[in-house]
Design a protein around this ligand. Structure first.
Ligand code: CMC
Length: 377
């Protein structure tokens, strides 16, 4: 029988698989995607190159990239029936719930849903990576009583997303900032949503079901939902002058400070320096330095009081705010990027599969005498 000694709450430190997709090195605060340092990828590669790297295992050459982006560009449309379904979702639906439901419905329209082969899964992944931004933007515009924008196949993923959302040609500064955040959000080893996707795939369930599991898991505020909560917190604080007192008071009340702490990184999240620098630069260019200033103060207090560094969701929150992205879309945007990593893991799981089936310690009653229905009080 399993005993308490072999139990790790929250599966902390448990090795649940072997993967060649990415590695988090908490000692060096380093993250690599298929061997490449994420800092170098964020600086020198586009989101499309990173998606190719994650799915195919290597960086594309010029021809491969052009074919890949061409395919994604032409796959942005979603079936008319699905568009009608999205329009019919209640106005009160959370965008992550709308996204989860729409991805689930997409599986109904794919005649190859039950094909788990490598090539079929890669193709499904490429199509879904193309369609998720269309779903998020359409769902947002329906709720706002705006006409849905037709996707432009020539645009990059970041450019297209901003265009689908606003109907306007986006500013290159915003495109670049969003692209960097997509690169950083694309993959992060055995995090909760990726693990959820792998658990579903391990039963040999289909690709869409695995992604739906992942979206539902990402939604929670302890995971992807933290980027929305982080900016709401900064808006509540209001100004850098109030940041120190607010944070101290929140800590005294044992409040969770969203965007801080991490299960794996204890010295610092590898992605934060890139987003922080981006946040500072954007703040200067857009004349909104207060967000970076406030963030610096909160970070300083959190380190001094709790030795807790920020995670990527903290700077992402205020970077997205400066880009004028609607707050309820921050976590769906995270999903639009992370679908690349989820897909790479699902492919890997199918290729080296053994069903995930852990065990537990039973702490309920034993040897209870059965009472017939008519004698129960
Ligand atoms: N604010 C205040 N205290 C915190 C925080 C925080 N953000 N994070 C951890 N702590 C405290 C926690 O209360 C605990 O204190 P004590 O030992 O006195 O009980 C201690 O630090 C250790 O934390 P833990 O809860 O054991 O850490 P965990 O590994 O179980 O949880 C976490 C990790 C990320 C869920 C947690 O740090 C947290 O809830 N952070 C806020 C939500 C957040 O930012 N999530 C994003 C995660 S990273 C990116 C992503 O996945 O999207």
């Amino acid at each position: 029988m399993p005993d308490e000694k072999s139990y790790s709450p929250g599966l902390e430190g448990v090795v649940a698989g072997i993967s060649s997709v990415s590695e988090v090195d908490p000692e060096k605060s380093m993250l690599i995607y298929r061997g490449y340092d994420v800092h170098e990828l964020a600086e020198r590669a586009t989101y499309e190159e990173v998606v190719y790297l994650l799915l195919m295992g290597k960086l594309p050459n010029r021809k491969e990239l052009s074919e890949f982006t061409g395919f994604i560009g032409h796959e942005r449309h979603i079936p008319g029936d699905l568009m009608d379904m999205i329009q019919a979702y209640p106005d009160t639906a959370h965008p992550m719930d709308a996204l989860r439901s729409a991805v689930s419905a997409l599986g109904l329209y794919d005649k190859t849903t039950s094909d788990l082969s490598h090539n079929a899964t890669v193709e499904k992944a490429m199509k879904l990576i193309a369609k998720i931004p269309t779903i998020i933007a359409a769902s947002h515009r329906f709720r706002a009583d705006l006409d849905v924008v037709d996707p432009d196949p020539r645009m990059t993923c970041a450019e297209s997303f901003l265009h689908l959302l606003t109907g306007k040609k986006p500013d290159p500064l915003a495109v670049r900032a969003l692209d960097v955040s997509l690169v950083l959000y694309a993959e992060h080893s055995f995090n909760a949503s990726t693990f959820a996707a792998r658990v579903t795939a391990s039963t040999l369930s289909d690709y869409y079901s695995s992604i739906v599991s992942a979206i539902g898991t990402l939604k929670g505020p302890l995971h992807g939902g933290a980027n929305e909560e982080a900016i709401k917190m900064m808006l509540e604080i209001g100004s850098p002058a109030k940041a120190e007192a607010w944070t101290l008071e929140a800590l005294a009340k044992k409040r969770l400070i969203m965007g801080f702490g991490h299960r794996v990184y204890k010295k610092g999240d590898s992605r934060v320096p890139i987003m922080r620098k981006l946040g500072q630069e954007l703040g200067e260019k857009l004349n909104q330095p207060q967000w970076h200033q406030m963030a610096q103060i909160i970070e300083e207090v959190m380190w001094r009081e709790k030795k807790l560094p920020p995670n990527v969701d903290f700077p992402c929150g205020y970077v997205y705010y400066m880009l004028k992205l609607p707050i309820p879309l921050y976590t769906p945007i995270f999903a639009a990027s992370r679908v690349a990593g989820w897909s790479a893991h699902i492919i890997e799981q199918y290729e080296h599969n053994r069903i995930m089936r852990p065990t537990n310690i039973y702490n309920g009653p034993k040897e209870v005498t059965f009472t017939p229905l008519e004698q129960r009080p």
